[in-house]
Design a protein around this ligand. Structure first.
Ligand code: CA
Length: 228
């Protein structure tokens, strides 16, 4: 899961990136509202931590612009202010949750888990499902509800399949997948995607699920399940 932190206070931004990375998330930062909005609009983030008091464009403005485009990426607002007004304004503008600074990292992790579970319909036992394919987002274990075989995915395999499960039935380009899993600045080649797709396909087949990764010629891949 890839998280964007829009926070102008450098020390806090870097501390958040480090804590989230240590916790197993991919995390990137933006230092003002304009950069944050541009990054959110790339569509590669699964969740956004958005400060309210930001240079160039406030967190509220960013939130309004994102929601005006019908983008439903989960957003947790961060603010130093404690006024109830801010909380109500934020929720009205479409924030998913709200955290007042300073906060404990454990509190933040709990909110992230709750918001992303709600947004991605992950069940209480941390399982993401498409068709009869089940992926445990905490243990990276892949299984099939009609079978007993399970297999553990590597980190990149997990990130790839999680991304495809969140976007089941939608064609994802090799470019989108590369940016999402390896990052904008990565030197990963597009054929990395093909290699990892083949690993994941083998594991889906191994657990005996009715879900397949379809190749879409010259474009990319889409995950399809019987129930889609
Ligand atoms: Ca700030």
């Amino acid at each position: 899961m890839k998280i964007l932190i829009v926070e102008d206070e450098r020390g806090l931004r870097e501390a958040l990136i480090k804590s989230l990375t240590d916790e197993g998330y991919m995390a990137e930062g933006a230092e003002d509202g304009e950069i944050g909005l541009d990054m959110i609009e790339t569509g590669v983030y699964d969740l956004v931590l958005l400060d309210i008091m930001l240079p160039k464009m406030s967190g509220f403005e960013v939130l309004s612009k994102v929601r005006a485009k019908k983008t439903d990426v989960p957003i947790i607002l961060l603010t130093a202010r404690t006024q109830l007004d801010d909380k109500i304004t934020g929720m009205d503008k479409g924030a998913d949750d709200y955290l007042t600074k300073p906060f404990e990292m454990e509190e933040l992790f709990a909110r992230i888990r709750m918001v992303s579970r709600r947004a991605h319909k992950v069940s209480v036992d941390n399982t993401l499902s498409v068709g009869n394919l089940m992926l445990n987002v905490q243990t990276y274990e892949l299984s099939c509800s009609d079978n007993i075989k399970t297999v553990r995915l590597g980190t990149k395999e997990f990130q790839l399949l999680e991304y495809m499960m969140h976007n089941a039935g939608i064609v994802l380009s090799r470019e989108q997948i590369t940016e999402k899993i390896w990052g904008f600045d990565s030197e990963a080649e597009y054929n990395n995607v093909d290699v990892y797709i083949s690993f994941v396909r083998k594991k889906i087949k191994f657990v005996g699920a009715n879900v397949t990764i379809m190749s879409v010629r010259n474009v990319g891949y889409a995950l399809n399940g019987e129930k889609l």
